[in-house]
Design a protein around this ligand. Structure first.
Ligand code: ZN
Length: 367
């Protein structure tokens, strides 16, 4: 078996074609997809064409480089690609061999010269093969990506991908059916399906135990993270003593009573006393405690206490607004009701003006 990296690009019905290509690679008998990158958006080069979605996959195959290239052409054709004279023309799907072991073959274009020319090739490739030493370049894919030139890329957030199936879903959906993630958990989900009256061997849900186990591990990932590891080295000395606030931090949690989602926005503020923390870390701290079985009051308190512990600030304020599916879906509460909780520490508790300023910024007035 040989390892290779394949680049994917689409700017015609990209939300359908990109996942379809991952699925086609995954299903091809001569290819094994081992990793799938996130999706990046790039402006089209050389013409007034719609922007691309770009991604990369790493694969293993017994096909020789030339055979692999022609296999990719076949997949392109199957997905409706028509090659024209204009090399920059919009395309349903573009599949290129970026790297193949340590092969250097100029006539085949391996390694793909665009790896060092364009960020939209280098950056996704680095997600699946960061440490791969690029033959003839004496640099890793990661190093090339770090130095990559324009076009400027945008990592497309999950919420806005608008895909029929994410590449990661396509990867999971068509993975080998004997693949397990957490056998004990999967056995329980299988039993749960039976108890619900389902047939766990029914085609649509055969892999549901696997998917549930994987998604549950993600949704409760906070249990395996520690505050220390998340905060890491992001605390800095600073003489500032103005209120620092991060508003509208999206969070997703699950209620411990029904194991159903509750989700909304957190507003986190503190007044430093010599130490500040990187703003992005505030959102990470919210996630550490949100990704567990929770009640919203405790979640707010834990976030506030975590900030008190790692920053020793003059005070901390946390307000969380969330919708609870256990209320909405079971219809026991008004459909539009959101639950609001707050946790105040230090000067946010003792000083009315600080509390007032914070609540004003949150947009709630004094409560
Ligand atoms: Zn509940």
């Amino acid at each position: 078996m040989s390892a290779a990296v394949v680049a994917l690009g689409s700017n015609v019905e990209r939300q359908t074609n990109l996942p379809a290509a991952v699925r086609a690679l995954r299903q091809h008998p001569d290819l094994t997809v081992t990793k799938v990158s996130c999706i990046f958006e790039s402006a089209a080069v050389g013409g007034d064409y719609p922007p691309f979605y770009n991604a990369a996959v790493s694969i293993e195959t017994d096909l020789a480089p030339a055979e692999l290239k022609s296999t990719l052409r076949d997949i392109e054709s199957a997905l409706g690609r028509v090659r024209t004279g204009d090399r920059n023309a919009p395309r349903t799907i573009d599949l290129d061999v970026t790297l193949y072991e340590d092969v250097v073959d100029e006539s085949l274009g391996i390694p793909d010269p665009s790896l060092t020319e364009y960020s939209y090739v280098a950056v996704p490739a680095a997600e699946v093969a960061r440490d791969w030493m690029v033959p003839g370049r004496n640099k890793t894919v990661g190093e090339i990506a770090d130095e990559a030139l324009p076009p400027t890329l945008r990592k497309v957030p999950m919420a806005e991908q608008d895909l029929d199936l994410t590449p990661e879903d396509a990867f999971e959906e068509y993975g080998p059916s004997d693949e397990t993630f957490n056998p004990r958990f999967e056995a329980l989900v299988r039993e749960q399906l039976e108890i619900l009256g389902e047939d766990p061997d029914r085609e649509g849900i055969q892999r549901t135990p696997f998917r549930v186990a994987k998604s549950m591990a993600f949704l409760t990932g906070g249990y395996t993270q520690s505050l220390k590891e998340v905060v890491n080295n992001a605390i800095f000395e600073s003489p500032d003593s103005e209120m620092v606030m991060l508003k509208d931090v999206e969070f997703y949690s699950m209620c411990e009573h029904h194991m159903l989602p509750f989700f909304g926005r957190a507003h986190v503020a503190y007044i430093p006393q010599g130490r500040v923390i990187g703003v992005s870390k505030l959102a990470r701290i919210v996630d550490v405690y949100a990704r567990r079985l929770q009640i919203q009051e405790r979640l707010s308190n834990q976030v506030a206490d975590a900030l008190m512990e790692c920053l020793d600030p003059l005070g901390v304020g946390v307000v969380m607004e969330a919708a609870h599916l256990c209320m909405l879906m079971r219809g026991v509460q008004k459909q539009n009701s959101e639950m609001v909780t707050s946790a105040l520490r230090g000067s946010f508790q003792s000083d009315g003006r600080t509390r007032g300023e914070f609540m004003n910024l949150v947009g709630h007035g004094l409560r």
